[in-house]
Design a protein around this ligand. Sequence first.
Ligand code: OFO
Length: 170
Amino acid sequence: MIKDSLAKALNDQFNAEYYSAYLYLAMSAYADRLGYKGIANWLAVQAKEEMAHGTHIYHYLLERGAAPSFQDVKAPQASYESLQAVFEKVLSHERHVTELINQIASLALNEKDHAAYNFIQWYVDEQVEEEADAEDMAVKFSRIGDNPGLLYTIDAQLGMRQFTNPFAKS
Ligand code: OFO
């Protein structure tokens, strides 16, 4: 049976993942309304990944005998000054999520819950990738600025991103 402190932290985290999904979906809507369907697609795929993360943690709580509790999901920011501002927010958000994940890893160590520590390592690795991708995007968008030709090119590239569930059993 998982300790209450750890169950609470994982519970908060699955809700935080659903909030991330909301945040990225709102960013996707913003890009879509500007006419950048490819950028909107990239952000919508990101939202689906966050839903998958949330659901994965939710199932883990059930597996460990804890009752998941659903919290209110706060409304995400709906509009931005620019696409560059969107990707700066993506980067700062992912850095924040990394801190949350690291806190859970530290708590699992303190509680000597090796199963939970092992479980959360997937997210520790994932955040390295998420931050690297976010940094890459933030740099690209800062260089692109409002250059229409470059925006057209990146929009076409980001339109190719497809969702694959990282937890799908093959
Ligand atoms: Fe859940 O990976 Fe981004 O935040």
